[in-house]
Structures are given as structure tokens and as C-alpha cells.
Design a binder for this molecule. Sequence first.
Ligand code: CDP
Ligand code: MG
Length: 152
Amino acid sequence: MERSLILLKPDCIQRRLMGRVIARFEDKGLNIIAMKMMRVTPELAKKHYAEHVQKEWYPTLEGFITGGPIVAAVVEGLEAIRVVRDMLGATSGLKAAAGTIRGDFSSSRQMNLVHGSDGPDAAAREIALYFREDEICAGELTLRPWLRAADE
Ligand code: CDP
Ligand code: MG
């Protein structure tokens, strides 16, 4: 089982797409094991996007991600990190394949609605930025036997 940090970015909240995006993750069979609405501070933005802080477009990204409430969540499932990234699609909504979240709902490179961790190290680092260990509600959901075989 893997965990991935999801952020519903400010555009997702402002456009009233929270429910539809969360429903896609639920429909896929991922377990949502933590969730909260919050504001990203400039300090948190710089930690979250540490790999991008030096980029010339970082200031506008920080303005965007701190510009309204977000919803942070931890999802858990088999290969959850790749599965979530595949569900998001390419970074730019203009390039993301139809059928992906960004491909279906975004026409922007920046306002692409949802963040998902890009690897196991990033996931562990990002989850710790947004959640304390006691905020994560892990545990088997009763539906599991109807989502996949016991040996998967
Ligand atoms: O989110 P993802 O891993 O697909 O993309 P990234 O290349 O790691 O960039 C992180 C985020 O920065 C993107 O999701 C966009 O919201 C934003 N971005 C931007 O504002 N301008 C760019 N030229 C590229 C990315
Ligand atoms: Mg990235």
C-alpha cells in the first residue's frame, strides 16, 4: 500500500469542483485517510514547492496556491502515487489527456486543480508537511474485499 498527498488547489475550491474531484478518487477505490481545509502560507508553499522556488514562475505559483483555501488529503491504495498521477494527467490542462481530471476540467498550466505527490520520498515529505501522525485515520475499510482480490 502506498500513500499520496493530494491538494485540491484554490481553483478547485473556487470553481466548486471539490465534490466531483473527491468522487473520482473514491470511485477508483482509493481510501481517503486524512482530509482538511486550510490556507497555505507562503512559508508552507516554499517548503512544498522547494524544487521550484528558484524558477522564474515560482512567485505567481505562490500567489496562486496561497490565494484561497485548499483541501489537503492523504489517499492510500495499491500503487496510489502513480494511480493518482495518472488520474491527474499532465501538468498543463491543455496537454492533459481527456478523461483525466486536469484534461477534463483545466485549460491552464498553473490552475490545474489538484496536486499529487510524484514519488515515495515526495509523498512522505509532503504528508508530513500537512498532517500530524495522529490526524491520519488509517484502517481497513469494509469495502476492500470487493475492490480487489486478497492476494493483490
Ligand atoms: O504538479 P506537477 O508535478 O504536474 O507539475 P510541476 O512541474 O511539479 O509544477 C508544480 C505546479 O506548479 C504545477 O502543478 C502548476 O500548478 C505550477 N506551474 C506553474 O505555475 N507554471 C509552470 N510553468 C509550471 C508549473
Ligand atoms: Mg511536480
